[in-house]
Design a protein around this ligand. Structure first.
Ligand code: GAR
Length: 208
């Protein structure tokens, strides 16, 4: 059984999707052993606690810079014996120290079809605002490995979702969560826990 540690910063609906997927047997070969939040009081922590998952809060505001914060998070992940680290709405930038400690062992869910609407400044509702401003007719979600390049690591799974007339950033966000994020994130986690993802020359391949 692999130890899955989930990093969160907010409401935690993707964390909830992972908890539900573990309960219903969609995630094979792993279990969520700890949830780490970048700020206190976020609802994701309540979701973890009410499912008897241990929690830690490592407040970004208590660290002087990215390097000091990354060191603290990396040490916590090592203490927790994390086999897989999932960024589930984790809104804090970490540096390369953590990538060296967990190479191709960290995945992130991004609410767009990478390489569109990704990179620095594209997070949360900003992503959907940008997609609507461009007038794209399809958006979606991507699960990818975390590397030094923001939103640039090997793509594991993607799912497209239609943009509808009259969409607001909020309605598009909700549709992408329901139809894409909450499905492909647990699926990618399960593939990882079954050792079915291989990265060859920077490309993630799913083994049958
Ligand atoms: C999700 O839409 C996730 O894809 C996005 O933030 C939301 C978090 O919601 N993440 C990013 O934008 C990261 N670049 P949640 O806390 O309810 O899971």
């Amino acid at each position: 059984m692999k130890n899955i540690v989930v990093l969160v910063s907010g409401g935690g609906t993707n964390l909830q999707a992972l908890i539900d997927a573990e309960k219903s047997g969609i995630i094979q070969g792993g279990r969520i052993t700890c949830v780490i939040a970048s700020k206190p009081g976020v609802y994701a922590l309540e979701r973890a606690a009410s499912n008897n998952i241990s929690t830690r809060v490592i407040p970004r505001s208590e660290y002087a810079d990215v390097a000091a914060y990354t060191k603290a998070v990396t040490e916590a992940l090592i203490e927790e014996k994390a086999d897989l680290v999932v960024y589930a709405g984790f809104m804090t930038i970490l540096d390369e120290q953590i990538v060296k400690a967990f190479p191709y062992k960290m995945m992130n869910v991004h609410p767009a079809l990478i390489p569109s609407f990704c990179g620095k400044g594209f997070y949360g509702l900003h992503v959907h605002e940008a997609a609507l401003a461009k007038g794209v007719k399809l958006s979606g979600a991507t699960v990818h490995f975390v590397t030094e390049v923001c939103d640039g690591g090997p793509i594991i799974l993607q799912k497209a979702v239609p943009v509808e007339n009259g969409d607001t950033p909020e309605t598009l966000q909700r549709r992408i969560m329901e139809q894409a994020e909450w499905k492909i994130l647990p699926e990618a986690v399960s593939l990882f826990c079954q050792d079915r993802i291989e990265v060859v020359d920077g490309i993630a391949c799913i083994k049958e």
